[in-house]
Design a protein around this ligand. Structure first.
Ligand code: SF4
Length: 462
């Protein structure tokens, strides 16, 4: 039984794509492993959003090719960097497979082929390799199989691929292609199956999730295809929690805001990328909204579902960012007080308009702004976490804590991580927890209602 190791870089969509590849390989009799030496096949599912992510994957593959030379292992790049660099990847490193973002469902075939070729040779044959980065209509429908573990409470469901927005800093439209959405019936069928296997929470995934189906499906009763999808998934019996990521402020209309006060399974959390608080930069970034409009949207969401958590992504050091631009971003972050924010230093990506814009900023200035903004964000995060100490929250337990395997971890309805001492029976369950204290990033709690099948009804905080 050949063994396969898949290492994933980047976002949740990449994790989901890797899961699909793993499931297809398992269905053919392959075994998954985390042991590099024991693996017959090593696949790196790559990310191109930042240069650092590409360099990490390239460095890792060079090491693999060097250490395992002559061992007959199949080495492959999958995903975004495979898509953007294509055949150039097999020229620099002894790699057997390069499969792009519309080819995950073909990887098992390619691995079969490469392994049997290797086994018919006495040593690695650098002349035989497979590169497939062509577009493939319908490939968005191919990300649909899951490896559900016992007591797995959460799952990600890919609802669309690609993005047509062309933000000037972003390489995604090149790596993921244009927007293509799956059909509602397919997605609902997948969610039903997950629930039948014990999953209680699904997160709908897409690069620009709230624009789901805008090219394929009609608006109905004033509701966008995405809101129609939310309603259909919400109606799945047995599903307890519903999330989505990531939406764009563009297209976040009244029907979606309203969904938060009429669909109770929709969790109280929205990850809403801001990118900048300067209208001048938002225009240069090609984002299509103003800082005022973003702030107004946050206000409407908070009114529609009190206690809702808002998290965001912010770029500092975009080309031409002046002190005034930066202060506009800082001021907006202070006013909104996000529940969390990922702050990125601008990283030029090849073939994007921003990479050749004038006034690229020096790294030390980007770093100074990054640190300053992180301090603002962290104060807000700490306030939000401290406000929960002493309160009861509802969590879904996801399993062992990564940092302390003796403890369990779960997420609140607002997507905050809670670590606590619990029993194996808690894993995969939804129940109340008393928050005892907090650190800078994490809440700590104590199970105070043991019989959560019949929980008391405390006033649950979000
Ligand atoms: S919306 Fe902009 S940042 Fe997001 S994936 Fe599309 S192009 Fe990239």
């Amino acid at each position: 039984m050949p063994k396969v190791l898949i290492k994933t870089y980047g976002c949740q969509m990449n994790e989901r794509d890797s899961e699909q590849v793993a499931q297809m390989l398992i269905a053919r009799g392959y075994e998954m492993t985390t042991d590099e030496a024991a693996a017959d096949v090593i696949l790196l599912n790559t990310c191109s959003v930042r240069d650092m992510a590409e360099q990490k994957a390239l460095g890792k593959m060079r090491l693999l090719a060097h250490h395992h030379k002559g061992e007959g292992k199949v080495l492959g790049f999958l995903g975004c960097m495979a898509q953007s660099r294509g055949a150039e990847l097999i020229r620099g490193i002894a790699v057997d497979l390069v499969a792009g973002t519309q080819k995950f469902h073909r990887v098992a075939d390619y691995v079969d082929e490469l392994l049997s070729h290797k086994r018919s040779q006495s040593m690695d044959d650098a002349r035989f390799s497979i590169v497939d980065v062509e577009e493939e209509p319908g490939s968005q429908e191919a990300i649909r199989d899951h490896t559900v573990r016992p007591r797995q409470g959460t799952a990600f469901v890919s609802i669309m691929q690609g993005c047509n927005m062309r933000c000037t800093f972003c390489i995604v439209p090149d790596t993921r292609g244009s927007e293509r959405s799956r059909r509602i019936e397919e997605i609902v069928g997948e969610v039903r199956e997950l629930v039948a296997r014990g999953v209680k929470e699904v997160t709908l995934l897409g690069q620009i999730v709230n624009l789901y189906g805008r090219h394929e499906f009609e608006k109905r009763d004033g509701k966008s295809p995405f809101v129609q999808l939310l309603e259909a998934v919400h109606a799945v019996e047995g599903l307890e929690r519903l999330r989505f990521t990531s939406p764009h402020p563009i297209g976040f209309r009244e029907d979606l805001i309203h969904a938060f006060n009429r669909l109770p399974k929709l969790m109280e959390h929205v990850h809403l990328p801001l990118q900048s608080g300067s209208n001048r930069l938002l225009k240069l970034m090609h984002r299509g909204y103003t800082a005022e409009r973003f702030e107004d949207l946050v206000g409407k969401l908070r009114a529609a579902r009190p206690g809702i958590a808002i998290t965001t992504d912010i770029i500092v050091g975009f080309p031409g960012e002046t002190e005034e631009d930066y202060q506009a971003t800082r001021g907006l972050a202070e006013r909104i007080e996000f529940d969390n924010a990922f702050v990125f230093r601008y990283s030029p990506r090849k073939d994007t308009p921003a990479a050749t814009m004038p006034d690229q900023l020096p790294e030390d200035l980007k770093e100074a702004r990054n640190q300053d903004l992180l301090a603002v964000v962290n104060r807000g995060v700490q306030n939000k976490l401290d406000a929960l100490v002493g309160r009861d929250v509802e969590i879904l337990c996801e399993g062992r804590s990564k940092h302390n395997p003796d403890r369990l971890t779960g997420r609140t309805r607002t997507n905050k991580i809670v670590v606590f001492e619990g029993e194996p029976r808690h894993v995969g369950e939804v129940f109340p927890l008393r928050i005892t204290h907090s650190s800078t990033t994490t809440l700590y709690g104590m199970v105070d209602v043991l019989n959560y099948a019949e929980p008391a009804e405390p006033a649950l905080a979000h």
